[in-house]
Ligand binder design. Structure first.
Ligand code: SAM
Length: 280
């Protein structure tokens, strides 16, 4: 089988419902081509003849691996090093110094849709650079929890090895030299950067209570795929997962406006970010 084939309106509606309930991703109208392009290989590998048969298999047998593989195929994993730059300047110039002054306990950071690892490793690089400039004791043992729904992205992230092209997306030559080791034709993130990061699978639709409390949450370029109700629910639960005065970073095209009033927006010379409001 080369193609998923025609998808009936009923199957399309059922697939949309499955995807939204499984991971929050909303497929708009007329996105049959997306299913075709993303699922053809999976259906061929699993010897499943159609989307209709796939839906039946998921509904009847509920095989975990098949559910995970469909979610893997349907998620968009686009990412890069120091993506958008502004959040990392804000970390270095505003957030790290403020946590450094205010806090006595270990700093905890959550990269909540970490994709193939560039975001949490970038945060770890920012921490190392900050430490090299200051003698921060609070940030010296900072911990980064990196989560994603996609098991294949988590496997890539944990491997911490990237090729030259991927490295070229956002990394300066200086940082490459300092924070990566060459292994054959690939580059491995140095242990100093890896050791702060712990990877786990976490669906943003599920409870966050087992993750503990954080000082900073990165939730970038994932809310754009979700409905307004999901955004409100996720942002309000992220507010509960933050320590008092904790910080939230969203993607460049994302906002809290209209979804939650748990955060105040801070417009700094380096960009926009959010801080948990103190209760009156
Ligand atoms: C476009 S990438 C963003 C990566 C990174 N945050 C950045 O801004 O470069 C979106 C990520 O969100 C993940 N994702 C999608 N739905 C999710 C969910 N319900 N729970 C957790 N992660 C999810 C995808 O697997 C993907 O890796």
């Amino acid at each position: 089988m080369d193609k998923v084939g025609n998808i009936s309106p009923q199957d399309y509606d059922q697939f949309k419902l499955f995807l939204e309930q499984a991971c929050g991703i909303l497929l708009g109208e007329g996105k049959q081509y997306l299913i075709t392009s993303r699922l053809t290989k999976l259906l061929r590998d699993e010897n499943i003849p159609s989307v209709s048969a796939l839906l039946k298999a998921i509904e009847i047998r509920q095989p975990r691996h098949l559910r995970d593989a469909v979610i893997d195929a349907m998620t968009t994993n686009e990412t890069s090093w120091f993506r958008d730059q502004s959040p990392f300047e804000i970390l270095a110039k505003e957030v790290f110094p403020s946590l450094d002054k205010a806090s006595k306990r270990q700093c905890r950071i959550w990269s909540s849709a970490c994709s193939s690892g560039q975001e949490p490793y970038t945060i770890s690089i920012a921490l190392s650079e900050y430490q090299a400039k200051t003698s921060s004791s609070v940030l010296s043992n900072a911990q980064i929890v990196a989560t994603d729904i996609s098991m294949s992205m988590l496997a890539t992230a944990k491997q911490a090895e990237y090729d030259e092209i991927i490295l070229g997306r956002g990394l300066t030559g200086e940082r490459k030299k300092q924070f990566f080791k060459s292994i054959g034709d690939r580059w491995r993130v140095t242990d100093e950067i890896i050791r702060r990061v712990n990877f786990n699978q976490q669906n943003l639709l599920a409870s966050y209570t087992s993750l503990g409390k954080f000082d900073i949450i990165f939730c970038r370029n994932v809310l754009i795929y979700f409905s307004a109700e999901r955004k409100t629910d996720i942002l309000n639960r992220m507010a509960l997962a933050l320590n008092p005065g904790g910080y939230l970073f969203l993607g460049a095209s994302e906002t809290i406006n209209g979804y939650t009033d748990a955060f105040e927006m801070i417009r700094s010379p380096h960009g926009v970010f959010y801080r948990l409001k103190t209760k009156a």
